[in-house]
Design a protein around this ligand. Structure first.
Ligand SMILES: Nc1ncnc2c1ncn2[C@@H]1O[C@H](COP(=O)(O)OP(=O)(O)OP(=O)(O)O)[C@@H](O)[C@H]1O
Ligand SMILES: [Mg+2]
Length: 215
């Protein structure tokens, strides 16, 4: 039985995930909670190597199925090596992206059939599921501007065409519609301060509901 819980921040590239996660970490620590930050692809030494392979802009030839299975391989390692032990130790795990991104990018944007995605994802998850996905919703064109203003190059998945990124965004919104208990959508076009305020409202409600269940 896990004592901790897991929240995922997800959404379009450049929506502000990394920015808001840093503030959320500070907020939870100020409440005396034990927090573990992690990310996908990545999160473990093996996962970070897989991340480099997945995101390498020098290999645009990667097949969609290779990409899907690499995400699955990294996720299996991530859960077993890092997430489950942290949750068992009572930590709050915050992940910068997780399996909702696979549905958005590999199914809704790339067009791999849902059954295949579910098959690979189920193998990776092995019955595990995060408690909540907070989707930072932003027009991908706006997100791209933000990423470019960071002054770093684009990775293989950021360097996709506009319609691909729009399908991925809509994929997040569809998942949120289908699983309202597991998803919250936040308007990420707002100021950083307002986005954080909205996110903290969701986190506080989650903390309250989990506390209620355990009493
Ligand atoms: N609400 C906001 N309004 C305006 N700019 C923002 C907002 N949130 C973040 N930014 C800025 O946009 C850029 C991208 O933010 P950040 O790196 O947090 O996004 P991300 O979702 O983690 O991106 P990626 O998908 O590339 O990891 C940063 O320069 C950040 O300071
Ligand atoms: Mg980021």
């Amino acid at each position: 039985m896990n004592k901790g819980f897991m929240v995922v921040f997800d959404g379009s590239n450049g929506a502000g995930k990394t920015t808001v996660i840093k503030s959320v970490e500070k907020y939870l620590i100020s409440k005396g909670l034990d927090v573990l930050l992690t990310r996908e692809p990545g999160g473990t030494p093996i996962g970070e190597k897989i991340r480099d392979v997945i995101l390498d802009p020098k290999t645009p030839e990667m097949s969609f199925m290779t990409e899907l299975m690499l995400f699955g391989a990294g996720r299996a390692q991530h859960i077993q090596e890092k997430i489950i032990p942290a949750l068992s130790a009572g930590k709050i795990v915050i992940s910068d992206r997780f399996d909702a991104a696979t549905f958005s990018f590999q199914h809704f944007a790339r067009g791999i059939d849902l059954e295949t995605i579910i098959k690979i994802n189920d193998l990776a998850l092995n019955g595990f599921s995060p408690n909540m996905n907070i989707i930072l919703d932003l027009d991908p064109a706006e997100g791209l501007k933000r990423v470019q203003s960071r002054g770093e190059g684009l990775d293989r998945l950021e360097d996709e065409k506009a319609d691909f990124l729009i399908r991925a965004r809509n994929g997040y919104l569809k998942q949120a519609e289908q699983s309202p208990d597991k998803f919250e959508v936040i308007d990420a076009s707002q100021s950083k301060e307002k986005v954080l305020e909205d996110v903290i409202q969701v986190i506080d409600a989650l903390l309250d509901s989990l506390l209620d269940k355990r009493l």
